[in-house]
Write a protein that binds this ligand. Structure first.
Ligand SMILES: Nc1nc2c(c(=O)[nH]1)N[C@H]1C(S)=C(S)[C@@H](COP(=O)(O)O)O[C@H]1N2
Ligand SMILES: [Mo]
Length: 201
């Protein structure tokens, strides 16, 4: 019993919140950006949902703030092996946005894109049912530009590359279409507990 407990809580134990191959970065929050950090202002930021929907729809900063706010409290995991445990983000559930469009039955996947050109693909089921957010606050403060402010996507149950910074829209698709990292050798889905880091994992 004591050996078992120490395995999880002892000084040399591993935090059970850490997926395999990940380490705890503590209170730091690394920045990982492939493109130059764009200067996106809240006043002109918009979020568009198009593709396999009856009619495309666009929300402004005021529009998303008029929706019931929703927070995520928990962990995030980057494929480069850092995890940030017990962090928090506030914004709006993606469900609240998708409730305002008529999603066609043909929609199976989404491609999220940022105004700076970054893309990432996800099964529709990974961004519905309380699993994905648009967020503008991190640990009680406005999300900084380097972390994707004014608004980024948050899909914390998948590796953090699925959480598009400076998110500008979601295209609903009737097929899977790899995004930036997925075209460059990373796993199509990226589930940390299954260590889906690279294509073929
Ligand atoms: N637009 C955009 N979004 C992005 C990225 C990027 O390069 N551009 N990097 C992804 C990766 S690999 C990670 S780990 C996280 C990093 O977010 P952070 O810089 O806030 O830690 O953002 C993801 N979203
Ligand atoms: Mo990452």
């Amino acid at each position: 019993m004591s050996t078992f407990s120490q395995g999880f809580t002892g000084r040399r134990g591993r935090d059970p919140r850490l997926p395999p191959g990940q380490y705890d970065v503590g209170s730091s929050f690394p920045v990982l950006t492939a493109e130059a950090t764009p200067n996106v202002s809240a006043a002109t930021w918009t979020f568009r949902v198009d593709g396999e929907v009856a009619a495309p729809r666009t929300w402004t900063w005021d529009d998303v703030h008029a929706l019931p706010s929703s927070s995520y409290e928990g962990d995030i995991h980057c494929v480069t092996t850092w995890s940030k445990l017990g962090t928090s983000f506030t914004g709006v559930s993606l469900d609240a946005l998708l409730d305002q469009v008529e999603v066609l039955p043909s929609a199976t996947h989404v491609l999220a894109w940022s105004s700076s050109g970054y893309t990432t693909n996800l099964p529709l089921a990974d961004v519905t049912g309380g699993k994905a957010w648009l967020v503008w606050e991190h640990e009680g403060a406005p999300l900084t530009a380097e972390h994707g402010g004014p608004v980024r996507m948050l899909v914390p149950h998948l590796y953090f590359w699925k959480s598009t910074k400076w998110v500008a829209g979601l295209r609903l698709l009737d097929h899977d279409e790899p995004g930036f990292w997925e075209r460059n050798g990373y796993h199509d889905r990226g589930e940390p507990w299954a260590e889906q880091r690279y294509a073929g994992d």
